[in-house]
Write a protein that binds this ligand. Sequence first.
Ligand SMILES: N[C@@H](CCC(=O)N[C@@H](CS)C(=O)NCC(=O)O)C(=O)O
Length: 204
Amino acid sequence: MRLFHTPGSPFARAVRVALRETGLIAGVEEVETTLRDPASALLPHNPVGRVPALLLPDGTTLTETALVLPFLDSLGGTYPLLPPGDAAARAAFGRILGMMDGIAVWNRELRRPPEERSPGVIALETARAQRVAAALEAEAAAGHWALAGPPDAARIMLGCLLGYAERRHRAWTWREGRPALAAWFDAMAARPAFEATLPPVSGL
Ligand SMILES: N[C@@H](CCC(=O)N[C@@H](CS)C(=O)NCC(=O)O)C(=O)O
């Protein structure tokens, strides 16, 4: 199998972390690719042109983090990322994916020339991120995100989201007023799978 990724993508990082945590990385070649590039090696496999994209031995290319992570559970890793029938685990994962989508939209606005940015979109996505982060802080303070074993899909995605905020979306001072979430993230970021996939710092 081959996983197309970019080092800065929080979605692709979630798959890369999951492969390491579950021990499946031994059977996967990670291929760094370019995005928004007509010559990208990714495009023949995935015309959508987004990462993560997991190329299977039969030529099938799986995309979308919400589909790729559950698929990994069929490959015989050391533990399930999304235990069968666990609605709470799926609800938590979906919420973090939704939050990540919003932050990606916010980040895209900030990468436009200032005169092309939409203050309305930025305000909407800032409010969304703050709202979910407030809920996460309360939950982290109550111990709901504590690790009882290796991290499931939601915890991996949240670690990647906060890692993205930390290094590629620093316009958001997410740690302010959120000591429980910050402590949770610091512990998660120290795991070898996270250390091995640290995204580069961007200018934002
Ligand atoms: N919904 C997708 C989002 C993936 C995504 O947006 N990936 C970004 C990198 S973070 C990408 O490949 N962007 C390239 C583009 O927009 O052309 C998922 O969950 O996997």
